[in-house]
Design a protein around this ligand. Structure first.
Ligand code: FE2
Length: 297
């Protein structure tokens, strides 16, 4: 069997506003648009991936939070309504998706053999988190690929960013090894914003773009610093600066997704492509792609 591999790694943020603004048939609320800078960014990402052949999307979302180990969805079909607990006015999304349980179990087993605390989630009534749904929808709205859904083990809450990073680096290595042995071609997604200090009141209508901007200059500087490092291939430096970034920018990288992604790609020195940047309720969001398929063996 040929070796599996990662065709691309993506940073794909998940504020529900993006799906709300797109007005797909699965979402109940109706909008007049908004957040176009980011939605055009997703368009560019989709265009970049349109001729890329892959079997499965592997995604880690900060909104499936587990406190004892990392969990993987182990149910082949998931279908229900996802309602954002903070923005039920924007996101009530009917989803129907397939899970690649075989690959999920392979990553689970590999991580377990490395001594990590892991668990397969087998509750057939489990509701998939909205972070996973929004990022997958924006990257591939056709919903024609199975996914592997990985939880965010909140080791940061119990310990520190340093502990979270060590665990996510290990999980990334296990993910890469299991993918290689599976023979499958995978698209990896870290589902998170960058700076994450947000407004506490909503405008009317929510898509009023005259009110949308970053919450502070400090948040802007942090976002630009992270984007520049990604564009320059400075993955190790991103990991090194992660504790300060998570603390000072209240960054959503605290869920471990970006560290997991960088580790799975082998902490690349190759540059990432910036497809778009924009703010949503004041948070900073970048759509980035690491085109691993072009890097050679
Ligand atoms: Fe979030």
């Amino acid at each position: 069997m040929a070796k599996g591999g990662i065709v691309a790694g993506c940073l794909a943020p998940h504020p529900p506003h993006l799906v709300y603004a797109e007005n797909p048939e699965q979402n109940e609320p109706v909008s007049e648009g908004g957040w176009e800078q980011l939605r055009w960014g997703y368009e560019r990402l989709r265009d970049s991936l349109k001729d890329v052949d892959y079997d499965v999307i592997v995604i880690l979302s900060p909104h499936w939070q587990t406190y004892v180990g990392t969990h993987f969805i182990g149910v082949e079909k998931c279908s229900s309504k996802s309602v954002d607990p903070v923005f039920p006015n924007l996101f009530r999304f009917n989803y129907d998706l397939s899970i690649d349980v075989e690959l999920a179990k392979a990553i689970h087993d590999q991580a377990e053999s490395e001594g990590m605390s892991v668990k397969m989630m087998t509750n057939p009534d489990f509701r998939v988190d909205y972070g996973t749904i929004v990022s997958c929808h924006m990257v591939r709205p056709e919903w024609d690929k199975p996914i592997v859904s990985i939880s965010s083990n909140r080791s940061l809450s119990y310990y520190s960013v340093e502990v979270m990073q060590e665990m996510m680096i290990e999980l990334g290595k296990s993910t890469a090894k299991a993918i290689e042995e599976s023979g499958k071609k995978c698209l990896l997604i870290a589902s998170n914003s960058l700076s994450h200090r947000h407004f506490v009141t909503e405008t009317n209508p929510p898509e009023d773009m005259s009110k949308e901007h970053i919450t502070s200059h400090a948040m802007h500087l942090w976002d630009m610093r992270m984007i520049e490092m990604m564009r320059e291939g400075k993955s190790q430096q991103i990991i090194n600066e992660m504790p300060e970034f998570c603390e000072q920018a209240i960054a959503e990288t605290d869920g471990g997704a970006l560290t997991w992604l960088l580790s799975a790609m082998g902490v690349p020195n190759e540059p990432a492509i910036l497809h778009g940047y924009g703010t949503i309720i004041g948070t900073g969001n970048a759509i980035m792609e690491w085109p691993c398929r072009n890097w050679g063996a």
